[in-house]
Design a protein around this ligand. Structure first.
Ligand code: OOG
Ligand code: MG
Length: 267
């Protein structure tokens, strides 16, 4: 924790939390806090993230699940942060299939393909393994996350991005899910196409070897904060490839082997 002095502002958990939500509301990006507040570590970041979850709930939003961040090498290398982390999903972030990227709410959206779990059973850490985590999953879905950092050019350190609810923006999933035992999740491939041109691909194994590892990591991290993963929650297990830019007018297709496709237009 601690307090940081910058030329114009003093940052602590309360002021940084308020500033991040103000940036989101005003569609304004800013420099990362760690430039002037190097003590902003991952733990402090989670405290800020949870403060802002309370504020989102106070505004009437409801928690619908969680998202993992930086669970693939492609994402870790691009963002320059190697620690996977967890953040909150609320109903305000949920898109219906066919909805465009909500440009009017976002600063500089990017889209990434994700394997999404819908939980059948409650999952409580600590001590959760990938195997015990997968036993609590009801269905697996093709998904797209629209990330949107409140930091200029997505430049941040681990504490900054955890505080910023892991660049949460919006997400959508294909409603047709499969039972986890119905197919090989590690081998499930996604092909990313922008404006009908192939740009990238990855398999489920890109997510910590198996996306169940990401779910276990999330359960164990939430346990540290005195929480569990609830039945019905949606879990975004992390971008499988690097994210692609999603400006107005673009067309993005994520085509999965068994899970179908997700289409997003840039609006
Ligand atoms: C941080 C959020 C990362 C993922 O799936 O890895 C994330 C960022 O890339 O801005 O959502
Ligand atoms: Mg993501």
């Amino acid at each position: 924790m601690g307090i940081a002095q910058s030329p114009d502002r003093v940052w602590d958990v309360t002021t940084a939390a308020a500033e991040l939500l103000a940036c989101e509301d005003e569609r304004r990006d800013r420099e990362p806090f760690t430039d002037v507040w190097p003590e902003l570590d991952v733990d402090t970041g989670y405290t800020i993230q949870d403060r802002n979850l309370e504020e989102r709930i106070r505004r009437g939003e409801q928690v619908v699940g969680i998202k993992l961040g930086l669970t693939s090498k492609a994402k870790q290398e691009r963002m320059g942060v190697e620690t996977p982390f967890v953040a909150w999903l609320t109903d305000a972030m949920m898109l219906t299939p066919g909805d465009p990227v909500p440009q009017q709410k976002l600063i500089h959206p990017r889209v990434e393909p994700e394997l999404v779990f819908v939980m059948a059973d409650r999952l409580d850490g600590p001590g959760v393994t990938a195997e015990s985590a997968m036993a609590a999953v009801g269905t697996v879905h093709a998904g797209a996350e629209v990330i949107d950092s409140r930091y200029t050019k997505f430049r941040f350190r681990a504490g900054d991005v955890v505080a910023d609810n892991a660049s949460s923006g919006a997400f959508v999933m294909n409603p047709a899910g499969l039972a986890p035992r119905a197919f090989d999740i590690s081998a499930e491939e996604v092909r990313v196409e922008v404006d009908d041109a192939f740009v990238d691909s990855a398999t489920g194994a890109a997510i910590l070897g198996h996306p169940g590892e990401a779910l276990a990591l999330a359960a164990n991290e939430l346990a540290r904060r005195g929480r569990g993963i609830e039945p019905g929650w949606i879990v975004l297990t992390g971008g499988m490839t690097d994210a692609v830019l999603a400006p107005p007018g673009c067309s993005i297709d994520l085509r999965f082997t068994n899970l179908g496709a997700v289409h997003l237009s840039g609006g």
